[in-house]
Design a protein around this ligand. Structure first.
Ligand code: GSH
Length: 381
């Protein structure tokens, strides 16, 4: 193996986007391979006992899976040129909120706009998915492989609450997001100021591979939210350009006592969009854990690694979505950060989260922690 990191993933993969963008922006030398490459299939997959991307292999031969774990690993090695986490405790709390919401809270529009517009998207997706088909499958095999993969993803879309009865609501809700985030980006290059933080990388997941790249939503984004398309482009650009703030020591973030109204409006949207779903998942998981006895199993289930379905009210309708313990792995980061703050900062964060309808994300917690061990989510004692 050479000096580069190797990234196993694909352009069309939602969660690969975050790892790739971080490595590009921080100019970390990386060679990308499809997650169907012989090395992935014969070495990485058996090693992890799980087919999942993104995965990086470090020049020392370490294998790391999971977008957040990858970013933390690289940051921990001092490879980030721009700090991933804001210093200000209030802004840092906001960045964790958007990491969670970006990663997990925009899956309905991402899956809807990818899988429910076959006329516009299907040829493009078939070509994109070739990136992960093992070479020996040949062109004919690609079609079969795509049928397989797309069948699984269409089912996953339903598991996130994408049904013909919710299509209209999803489109309405996403249009609102585009409007609010565009309004905010009028005032800064990134979510929290003039450089990206973990919150941007969370949002980048759905906003890149699906919502800015697939033909149907790409057109929508370019024509109705060009500032967001521009943000996507800037997040993912390896070249140094004038407004590329990587080496700009002036590139600052908002201060905690200086949160713009446009960001508060976006936070309020997150509360309205995702609080009830999040809370129903906590309740469901608590009950599920109570039934599991002392040592719940590793989370290995299909359908997005879910443990079941929880119902909640969303935009006036009752819908249900798959409960994935991984989400608490991200939520815990916000809880841990909050708990580590001084009383003064706790109070400021609580006030801001109350004002924007987000208290559930601070207060509604699980009795056990989700850990990651051997590339799987596991439960603490
Ligand atoms: N929490 C994980 C999620 C990774 C994930 O779900 N990746 C998808 C692709 S975007 C995957 O590998 N799916 C493979 C499959 O389900 O077959 C992360 O952030 O890395």
């Amino acid at each position: 193996m050479g000096q580069d990191f190797i990234l196993y993933g694909m352009q069309a993969s939602l969660y690969t986007g975050k790892a790739r963008a971080y490595m590009r922006r921080n100019r970390i030398p990386v060679t990308e391979r499809g997650a169907g490459h012989p090395e992935y299939m014969t070495r990485i997959f058996p090693h992890m006992d799980r087919f999942i991307m993104p995965v990086i292999e470090t020049p020392e031969g370490d294998i790391i899976q999971d977008g957040t774990d990858i970013l933390d690993y690289l940051e921990g090695k001092g490879l980030g040129h721009e700090p991933l986490y804001p210093e200000d405790p209030i802004v840092k709390a906001i960045s964790f909120l958007f990491e969670l919401f970006g990663n997990e809270g925009l899956l309905r529009p991402a899956m809807h706009y990818r899988w429910n517009f076959d006329e516009e998207n299907l040829d493009f997706l078939k070509v994109s998915f070739r990136d992960v088909m093992p070479l020996e499958m040949g062109v004919k095999g690609n079609d079969i492989g795509f049928e397989n993969a797309s069948g699984r993803m269409r089912k996953a879309a339903m598991a996130f609450g994408v049904f013909d009865t919710t299509y209209d609501l999803i489109e309405k809700s996403y249009a609102e997001f585009l409007k609010l985030y565009s309004a905010h980006l009028k005032g800064s290059f990134f979510l929290l100021g003039d450089r990206p933080t973990i919150g941007d990388y969370g949002l980048f997941n759905p906003l890149y591979a699906h919502l800015s790249r697939d033909p149907k939503p790409a057109f929508l984004m370019k024509t109705t939210a060009p500032l967001i398309w521009n943000w996507v482009e800037r997040m993912n650009r390896p070249e140094v350009t004038e407004e590329h703030t990587l080496d700009n020591p002036q590139a600052g973030l908002y201060g905690g006592d200086d949160i713009p109204e446009t960001l508060k409006a976006l936070m309020t949207y997150v509360g309205e969009e995702y609080s009830a779903e999040y809370s129903s998942h906590v309740d469901y998981t608590e009950q599920w854990l109570a039934k599991q006895g002392k040592n719940p199993e590793k989370v290995k289930a299909p359908l997005g690694r879910g443990i079941g379905f929880a119902e909640f009210k969303w935009r006036g309708e009752f819908i249900s979505s798959v409960v994935m313990p991984y989400r608490f792995y991200l939520a815990q980061r916000l809880w841990d950060h909050f708990d580590s703050c001084s009383d003064k900062h706790k109070k400021a964060i609580s006030t801001l989260f109350t004002e924007t309808g987000l208290t559930a994300f601070l207060d509604k917690r699980l009795s056990r922690r989700v850990l990651r061990q051997d590339y799987h989510e596991v439960w603490s004692d």
